[in-house]
Design a protein around this ligand. Structure first.
Ligand code: NAD
Ligand code: DAU
Length: 353
């Protein structure tokens, strides 16, 4: 038995693969295009592990995917592969349409052909798990209840619209062809290997580099933060016992305004790695132009996952964010390797630095 993990060299996918081997020795084939966001270094600790293989390739390459499926005969495919950064989707939506919609379609087609050819018992046991986001539900007002699985889809950015489209395709492949699918919709993750284009790692990186900490608009937008390893544990639970064709919301019950998150990071850095001049890191906070179409608030109601599958996050925001800051301080070489030419070009475009 084995599983295929697409996008397994990215932030959440690599945490998932690393954690998988903490609980199982079932082989994993990681299929990743290794875009700017995919980093084989995230999986470096698996070098020499005979149960892991990294294959560079596109989920939209039906021939390659068909070959991998025929060769490895996995019992599950977990789809983490995506273009994931909202700001990049605003600057250039094309790649988001290509990977998140067209790529997912080709992946589903290859998986459907493979699944159709399996013996009955293996067909029944097979799973296609699609990793999605809470952003498909749109934006909440201050007093609205948190998103539940029955909220209607109201995506507002090219990124969330492309993820919503992929969710619909996955749903349709179950309804029409009977493909045994599961979908998870998760809130904002944070933790090790988070690419420093996203708020939390960007702020840690900029703070230590003595650069401005850019807050979009008034910084009062709310996100619901979940430590990445809790997300990975939720995916393992859904893979094991989720009901076919169903969707599961995953979240940490940790709603925070962006400005509060940045203040928390500054306070932790003041304690763990104080500035040489003795000044607080919060002095680097800078308010910048808002994100176009910026969603005001996300909040996930994860009660179904707890009630039906017994999953609850292990980390509070306070414990998870401390671990995260400590990880970045201990892994400055990882950050330095990433913040190369292509990364600097992006930062210059986005922040007029
Ligand atoms: P990421 O950008 O860090 O990683 C994405 C990975 O997919 C990279 O390794 C990249 O190389 C790979 N990839 C991109 N296009 C590909 C293609 N065509 N074929 C194969 N591989 C390709 O993203 P992430 O934050 O780890 O997110 C993983 C998944 O989780 C995404 O589907 C995202 O929508 C979803 N998600 C993310 C969050 C979050 O807070 N980061 C929250 C909820 C859901
Ligand atoms: O909700 C889940 C989603 O969370 C995932 O589906 C996405 O893949 C992931 O990127 C994330 O999207 P966000 O847009 O919420 O994450 P980001 O880290 O880009 O931004 C978090 C908040 O911080 C958001 O309100 C925008 C704000 N922000 C972000 C950056 C990069 C700033 O104020 N300044 C910044 O420089």
């Amino acid at each position: 038995m084995s599983i295929i993990v697409t996008g397994g060299a990215g932030f959440i996918g690599s945490n998932f693969v690393l954690d998988w081997f903490g609980t199982s020795d079932e082989p994993v084939i990681t299929l990743d295009k290794l875009t700017y966001a995919g980093n084989p270094e995230n999986l470096a600790s698996l070098a020499g592990n005979p149960h892991h293989q990294l294959v560079q390739g596109d989920i939209g390459d039906t021939k390659l995917v068909a070959e991998l499926l025929a060769k490895h005969k996995p019992r599950a495919v977990l789809n983490f592969a995506a273009e994931s950064h909202v700001d990049r989707s605003i600057h250039g939506p094309g790649e988001f349409i290509q990977t998140n919609i067209v790529g997912t379609f080709h992946l589903l087609e290859a998986v459907r052909a493979y699944w159709n050819g399996l013996p009955d018992d293996e067909r029944a046991a097979f799973r296609f798990l699609h990793v999605s986001t809470d952003e498909v539900y749109g934006s909440l007002k201050k007093d609205d209840p948190a998103f539940s699985e029955t909220n209607r889809y109201e995506p507002n950015s090219p990124y969330s619209a492309s993820k919503a489209a992929s969710d619909h395709l996955v749903r349709a492949y179950h309804h029409t062809y009977g493909l045994p699918v599961l979908t998870t919709n998760c809130s904002n993750n944070y933790g090790p290997y988070h690419f420093p284009e996203k708020l939390i790692p960007l702020v840690i990186h900029n703070a230590l580099a003595g650069k401005p900490l850019p807050i979009y608009g008034d910084g009062q937008q709310i996100r619901d933060w979940l430590y990445v390893k809790d997300h990975c544990a939720a995916i393992r639970r859904v893979l094991a016992d989720g009901k076919l064709g169903e969707t599961y919301n995953v979240g940490g019950w940790n709603e925070k305004a962006n400005l509060d998150v940045v203040h928390t990071l500054c306070t932790l850095l003041d304690e763990l790695s104080p500035r040489a001049d003795g000044q607080p890191y919060k002095n680097q906070i800078t308010f910048v132009k808002d994100r176009p179409g910026h969603d005001q608030r996300y909040a996930i109601d994860a009660s179904r996952l707890e009630r039906e599958l017994g999953w609850k996050p292990a980390e509070t925001f306070e414990s998870g964010i401390r671990k995260t800051v400590q990880w970045y301080l201990a892994n400055q070489a990882w950050v330095a390797n990433i913040t190369s030419g292509a990364y600097r070009d992006w930062v210059n475009t986005q922040y007029d630095a």
